[in-house]
Design a protein around this ligand. Structure first.
Ligand code: ADP
Ligand code: MG
Length: 319
């Protein structure tokens, strides 16, 4: 099973940012209202994610590290949502197989916290308020070949931050704090979506963007699109969400890009955050274990809707 986990790790854990993405994902799943990420050396030496969510009961701590032991498949009804969520219960096991991991958690209402050391299996009482802290140290320490592929700490840190940003734009109702080498890097307080967009993409983004709001039946596109003259020359400020989950999707990217056609010059890139809501039966999120890619049942429908939404927003007279 250790080997299977390491193979799974190859799929799920590419670099520190992958760990950040999965741990923050779990914190949000647990109902956290505040998520704190602490990193050392771009996450290679330490990734620590703290939340104030529901926590993990003592007897469930060892299970959290077992593949497919996810508590999120609790009933027959859940089996249906498994079909839409796919690949459950892989992440912690995969990460534990390529790092030194510990779980410190106190279930809401429990008298004490417990600490589980993943390598030794040792479980003992510890101190913590309700919620969970996952510590991941020395990523890829046992697989030097993988470790060699990591870039500089600064680059890995930038990727980690990008992973938090993606979650933060999906969940403005949750506060996020990021520390690196003991220094506060970002602090985004819980608030409205507009406020979060301003916090994450910069204060000027709200002024330099237009609201996107478009619905065709149950297919809805919302968000904000940067006005062309404020476009940046970097390609990584395009954020797309499908049913609340960050995705990298060629259909959406291409549709948005084509709405900017003739409006952008040189290699300037549009800045946008688009939130697509679609009937879950019309999208397959099981394409990739990290669920970062999706497949639409009718990609033309989505392409047209996104293009239309962004074009409409860009051509509307600005208020
Ligand atoms: P999945 O998220 O797909 O269920 P993971 O391997 O990411 O699988 O997590 C395994 C299990 O560990 C989760 O199903 C959950 O029960 C528990 N868990 C992990 N992180 C947290 C957390 N921050 N708070 C509460 N429970 C958690
Ligand atoms: Mg998970």
């Amino acid at each position: 099973d250790e080997l299977v986990s390491q193979i799974a790790a190859g799929e799920v854990v590419e670099r520190p940012a992958s760990v950040v993405r999965e741990l923050v994902d779990n914190a949000l799943d647990a109902g956290a209202s505040q998520v704190t990420v602490r990193l050392l050396a771009g996450g290679v030496r330490l990734i620590c994610v703290e939340d104030d969510g529901g926590g993990i009961a003592r007897e469930e701590l060892p299970l959290a590290l077992k593949r497919h032991a996810t508590s999120k498949i609790g009933s027959l009804a859940d089996l249906e949502s498994v079909a839409t969520m796919g690949f459950r219960g892989e992440a912690l096991a995969a990460i534990a197989s390529v790092s030194e991991m510990s779980l410190l958690s106190r279930e809401q209402g429990a008298a004490t916290a417990f600490l589980l050391d993943a390598s030794s299996g040792e479980l003992r009482p510890a101190a913590r308020s309700a919620g969970t802290t996952v510590e991941v140290k020395e990523l890829f320490f046992s697989t030097p070949a993988r470790r060699k592929f990591l870039k500089t700490d600064a680059t890995e840190m930038a990727h980690c931050l990008e992973a938090v940003r993606r979650h933060a734009l999906a969940r403005p109702d949750v506060g996020f704090t990021v520390w690196h080498e003991g220094k506060l890097v970002e602090q985004w307080r819980a608030g409205t979506r507009e406020q979060r967009l301003a916090d994450v993409l910069g204060e000027d983004f709200l002024e330099q963007s237009v609201a996107v709001e478009h619905a065709i039946g149950p297919l809805r596109i919302r968000g904000r699109a940067g006005i062309p003259d404020a476009a940046r020359s970097r390609a990584d400020w395009q954020f797309a969400y499908v049913n609340g989950r960050y995705v990298r999707d060629k259909v959406i990217t291409h549709a948005a890009r084509s709405a900017y056609e003739d409006l952008l010059h040189g290699n300037r890139q549009p800045v946008y955050a688009l939130y697509v809501e679609i009937d879950p039966t019309r999208v397959d999120v099981n394409v990739h274990p990290t669920k970062i890619e999706v497949r639409f049942r009718d990609s033309r429908e989505v392409h047209q809707a996104v293009r239309h939404a962004v074009e409409g927003a860009l051509s509307a007279p600005r208020a």
